[in-house]
Design a binder for this molecule. Structure first.
Ligand code: ZN
Length: 278
């Protein structure tokens, strides 16, 4: 279903924020569907090169990864959030079946818009995440964690030690990724963020190196968004060299953000090989 189908009217009983959230959710579903188009290319890609010791492993990763993607889509489709939205669409259509206005509603950008509006609300309340500098209070951390969980409903953060230890795990492509962040704080409020992707071999060690070399090194929200990008941006091909595998036969192990065109503050995340980081 296209996101434009929903956008005809604000809908009975729903305010603009609820409609934006629903459109953002549908946009994410659409992205999951779009990604599934690459399922077959991912499975057969390893056979399009001379056989090598990694051929079977990559083939198996492609198959298992595609199966997981299907399962995730199935779960997302049956989720209460999706079902509530579909109910709302039915209700809205029975009240007014004229969908003409939906032609002017963009089908993309809702995820970013929802996130930006969340940030604006926070700005009105206090300061932005970028303004924290080297001070991070318990309240700041809790707010960032809660905001993250609202944005990425399919990624669960586990916090311990009063939020100073944050863990998450999810399947990305065909690989289970487990991340751990520890927040080291000194008495004066200054802090340091340590992040790693657990695992003693590749690709996990490369992912840890790519996270360690991130920009905005003291920004917890940015770090969490980067980790989420390992789930939302599949490492199908590198944004720089456009290839799937690098010389070490690794798929892109880095995630980096870039601004979308124009004056918009929106960020998009891309997958890159470690060696393609500029
Ligand atoms: Zn590359």
């Amino acid at each position: 279903m296209s996101t434009t189908d929903l956008a005809a009217q604000p809908g009975p009983g729903w305010d603009e924020a609820q409609c934006t959230a629903a459109l953002a959710h549908l946009e994410q579903l659409q992205a999951q569907l779009d990604d599934l188009r690459l399922a077959i290319p991912r499975v057969i890609e390893p056979f399009q090169r001379p056989p090598n010791p990694a051929t079977f492993k990559l083939y198996a990763q492609g198959v298992v990864g595609s199966q997981n993607d299907l399962k995730n889509l199935h779960e997302a489709w049956r989720s209460p959030e999706t079902q509530r939205t579909l109910e709302q669409v039915k209700l809205s259509l029975t009240k007014n079946a004229d969908l003409a206005a939906s032609a002017s509603i963009p089908s993309h950008g809702w995820v970013e818009r929802e996130r930006r509006e969340g940030v604006l609300k926070k700005e009105n309340r206090s300061e932005t995440v970028e303004d924290f500098g080297n001070i991070l209070t318990d309240e700041d951390i809790a707010g960032i964690v809660v905001g993250f969980q609202k944005t990425y409903t399919n990624i669960k953060l586990e916090t311990r030690d009063e939020n100073c230890s944050i863990s998450t795990r999810f399947v990305s492509g065909a690989v289970m990724l487990k991340f751990h962040i520890s927040i080291e704080r000194e008495a004066n409020g200054r802090y340091k963020l340590n992040a790693e992707c657990l695992g003693t071999t590749e690709p996990w060690q490369a992912i840890t190196r790519c996270i360690a070399s991130r920009p905005q090194v003291n920004d917890l929200k940015y770090l969490l968004d980067m980790i989420a990008a390992y789930k939302t941006v599949k490492g199908t091909s590198c944004a720089k060299c456009k290839k799937l595998l690098d010389n070490s036969l690794l798929t892109p192990t880095a995630r980096r953000s870039k601004k979308v065109a124009g004056d918009s503050p929106e960020l998009v995340w891309e997958a890159l090989h470690e060696g393609c980081l500029g």
